[in-house]
Ligand binder design. Structure first.
Ligand SMILES: Nc1ncnc2c1ncn2[C@@H]1O[C@H](COP(=O)(O)OP(=O)(O)OP(=O)(O)O)[C@@H](O)[C@H]1O
Ligand SMILES: [Mg+2]
Length: 433
């Protein structure tokens, strides 16, 4: 059955052109403005709505808002005049599926609709395979409402081909999210490439990304594909893009605008079909203000934005993550449990290094607590007082402190920053009277 498409545009010419371009493959109707469209949509169900942004009375954004709030699940493709990135962002936040800048080709519009159809088919098969597929792989832990909400948004964003910018402090899971976007996209069976832009020296970055042709510089003894080409038809994750040098920023912007590249030393234009995901832990807005990051590039990147909150702002993820890591690093052996005190300590801690830090804390704790069945607060090495206890495990240090204070236990405990009862336990452990 043909998909039903509604074309909304107050410009007669452009709505007729779109209609003519699509009517061979789809069942197309037109509306001459927002209000007309709204009336039609009340009576009839459509799969796809293609809508101009600027219209008198009821503009594209307002129409989108209205029908989405009424639960209309048609995909909404917005057509915007060039240079309205703020509005574009808003529309995507309101639930637009894709946007196209004028002028566009009917071919591009068709591709969006075709991708949507393919995705519908793929979604069904993903649902059927999901359980077996995720079982052995790394799990995604999501318990806090804020993170669950992010995953919901991600699922929506992943389905479109638009670029995504992931922001978050280091260790918050940016790479994990980038992977998920690919996995939930219709490109999931194609390549996913992750490039850490900071890890590649600036002088090499261009040839790594764009590839090069034999003889283009000393050492270029054969043609080489760059990451843009390698990721063709798939997803390219450009990580740590906040510190890109300005000349590379210009080149990246051009790729995003034109979807073509030329290898270093090459003449041929190579057509690209790549989905981009970007990430950074720096504040790009500040960089733009300081003139270190191009504003036009910034707007290209931030069309769809995912902000990962730090772990300390989603504390209800801490224990589920800790337990997940306990399982993950048990490596077939016994899975250790957290003592109540250890749990409390984890919940109190700030985790400047976020999930990555939690992961390391648990991994180290497993080594310390091995064979004891349970992870104690002291195994976590997080609270200052625990550090003092660890120092005290050293018998000599304890004897020295007792000496310094003439055996006055209150003073010794105070000086070492531990409670008296802990001190007594320590003395006991070392057999000191
Ligand atoms: N929701 C999650 N569930 C399970 N593990 C997670 C989750 N998020 C992140 N991790 C784990 O935490 C670690 C850090 O994640 P990731 O590398 O994606 O963070 P990042 O933001 O890219 O960090 P950096 O800025 O240091 O590169 C990884 O080992 C990852 O597997
Ligand atoms: Mg990372």
């Amino acid at each position: 059955m043909k998909l039903k498409v509604l074309v909304v545009d107050d410009d007669k010419n452009s709505r007729e052109i779109i209609k003519m371009g699509l009517q061979k493959d789809y069942d197309v109707k037109v509306a001459y403005d927002g209000i007309h469209a709204y009336d039609i949509l009340k009576k009839e169900k459509f799969d796809v709505i293609i809508c101009d942004f600027v219209m008198n009375e009821l503009d594209g954004l307002e129409l989108l808002r209205r029908i989405k709030s009424e639960g209309n699940d048609a995909i909404f493709i917005l057509i915007t005049a060039f240079g309205t990135s703020e509005l574009t962002i808003k529309s995507i936040q309101e639930g637009a599926y894709e946007y196209l800048s004028k002028p566009f080709k009917i071919k591009d519009l068709k591709r969006i609709i075709e991708n949507y159809e393919k995705r519908q088919e793929a979604a069904i098969s993903v649902e059927n395979n999901n359980n077996t597929e995720t079982e052995n792989k790394d799990e995604i832990i999501a318990n806090s409402p804020s993170f669950v909400q992010i995953l919901k948004e991600l699922a929506k964003i992943a389905k479109s081909d638009m670029p995504v910018l992931i922001l978050g402090e280091s260790g918050t899971g940016k790479e994990v999210i980038a992977n998920l976007i690919h996995k939930y996209s219709n490109r999931k069976n194609n390549e996913f490439f992750a490039v850490n832009c900071n890890a590649i020296p600036a002088s090499l970055l261009e040839s790594e990304l764009f590839g090069y042709e034999k003889g283009s510089f000393t050492g270029a003894d054969k043609d080489k594909k760059g990451y843009f080409e390698l990721a063709n038809n798939g997803t390219l994750f450009l990580d740590e893009i906040g510190d890109l040098e300005l000349d590379i920023q210009v080149k990246l912007l051009r790729v995003l605008q034109e979807n073509t590249i030329r290898r270093v030393g090459g003449k041929k234009e190579i057509k690209l079909n790549v989905r981009y995901v970007f990430a950074t832990n720096v504040n790009l807005e500040n960089k733009v203000k300081d003139g270190k990051f191009r504003k036009d590039l910034y707007f290209r990147l931030k069309v769809a934005e995912i902000k990962l909150p730090p772990l300390r702002e989603r504390k209800s993820d801490i224990l589920p993550l800790a337990n997940y890591f306990l399982k993950k690093y048990a490596e077939g052996g016994e899975i250790l449990k957290l003592s109540k005190e250890a749990e409390k300590c984890l919940l109190k801690y700030d985790f400047p290094g976020n999930i990555r830090e939690l992961e390391n804390v648990i991994r180290n704790a497993i080594v310390k607590a091995k064979d004891s069945g349970v992870i104690l607060k002291t195994d976590l090495n997080l609270c200052p007082i625990d550090k003092a206890e660890n120092v005290l495990v050293d018998k000599n240090a304890l004897i020295k402190a007792l000496d310094d204070y003439n055996g006055n236990k209150v003073k010794v405990a105070e000086a070492l920053g531990i409670s008296r009862s802990t001190l007594y336990r320590m003395l006991d452990r070392h057999g000191i009277k």
